[in-house]
Design a protein around this ligand. Structure first.
Ligand SMILES: [Zn+2]
Length: 99
């Protein structure tokens, strides 16, 4: 996976804000707030001189549930132009209202 950490955060935010997909939810309770991407610093876990890279975790702000991977399908959405889809849907709605 060749996405930078910033790009990973953006990809997760896009997924979580998209009304056409099922959002990423807490592993403890799916009624909790949607998971949010948080940068984790390897140095905090492995010491200052670690070679381990930082990563993005998905965190539940209600119960601190955390998963340290982002499902691959989330990145598929980064290539989708949601504004365009919304534009098309709105024009279809308008057409059916005009009838
Ligand atoms: Zn939770």
């Amino acid at each position: 996976m060749s996405f930078s950490l910033d790009e990973q955060i953006k990809a997760v935010e896009k997924w979580q804000n998209c009304e056409f997909v099922h959002p990423l939810v807490c592993g403890n309770n799916f009624n909790h707030s949607l998971l949010v991407p948080k940068r984790r610093y390897a140095a905090d876990y492995h010491g200052e001189f670690t070679d381990n890279p930082d990563w993005i975790s998905l965190v539940c702000t209600d119960c601190n549930y955390e998963q340290d991977y982002i499902p691959e399908y989330v990145f598929g959405l980064t290539y989708v132009n949601l504004e365009k889809i919304e534009e098309i849907l709105n024009s279809l709605k308008k057409k059916s209202n005009d009838k």
